[in-house]
Design a protein around this ligand. Structure first.
Ligand SMILES: NC(=O)c1ccc[n+]([C@@H]2O[C@H](COP(=O)([O-])OP(=O)(O)OC[C@H]3O[C@@H](n4cnc5c(N)ncnc54)[C@H](OP(=O)(O)O)[C@@H]3O)[C@@H](O)[C@H]2O)c1
Length: 192
């Protein structure tokens, strides 16, 4: 099975969502998400397209005009295989994470990202195929009702900033950044 990366923005207490949406609006984090999930590494054939795997609730949280996420193969997970994707192109529905990952075709697909939500992160982090976690660590006590699983530091180590920049193939601001009154920091964890 191909390794995959979790990409998430979470508070220090691992809050990630509220009322089916995001608790914050961080334009630079959204731009980072788009860059990273779209990027085909220089060493890979450039005709490949990355895969984004998400739970049905996260799919519905994306405004209709922005889904499917463009330039990426979208896989939505639901127990209901009759769920209506409303004809979304370049998007497929499956009923398990295993089936989603099994759809990855090395001839067509580059990196694989699990993009949420809490249910998908929980399932995905438990598997050794989860090789990287890109965490935007958010310094805010905003209310959340949905949480990322705690990152176990015997399974994952924090990468250096150089490793993060090498992974995403771009300069990344180092340390805590500020957007209005919210501090945030881009971090990479690597399975050890
Ligand atoms: N901060 C971030 O980086 C970030 C990223 C993504 C999402 N979020 C937030 O997270 C929240 C959504 O997370 P969530 O945990 O509620 O939902 P989710 O993980 O996006 O989707 C949950 C759905 O996935 C399906 N599912 C769950 N377990 C399954 C299994 N074992 N087999 C097959 N299907 C399964 C079910 O769909 P059915 O009910 O259709 O069967 C379930 O309702 C939202 O607030 C969203 O904004 C935050």
């Amino acid at each position: 099975m191909k390794p995959y990366t979790l990409i998430v923005a979470a508070t220090k207490t691992y809050g990630i969502g509220i009322n089916g949406g995001l608790p914050w609006r961080l334009p630079k984090d959204m731009a980072f998400f788009k860059h990273v999930t779209t990027l085909i590494p220089k060493t890979s054939p450039q005709h490949l397209q990355n895969v984004v795997i998400m739970g049905r609730v996260t799919w519905e949280s994306i405004p209709a005009k922005f889904r499917p996420l463009e330039g990426r193969f979208n896989i939505v997970i639901s127990r209901n295989l009759d769920y209506d994707l409303q004809g979304a192109p370049n998007t497929i529905l499956v009923d398990s994470l295993e089936k989603a990952v099994a759809l990855v075709d090395p001839e067509r697909h580059g990196r694989v990202f699990v993009i949420g939500g809490a249910h998908m992160y929980q399932l995905a982090m438990a598997e050794t195929h989860c090789s990287h976690i890109l965490l935007t660590s958010i310094d805010s006590d905003v209310e959340c009702d949905t949480f990322f699983p705690a990152i176990n530091d015997t399974d994952f180590r924090v990468a250096t900033h150089q490793e993060l920049e090498a992974y995403v193939e771009q300069v990344v601001p180092q340390g805590v950044q500020l957007h209005k009154d919210i501090g945030y920091e881009f971090l990479l964890y690597i399975r050890q």
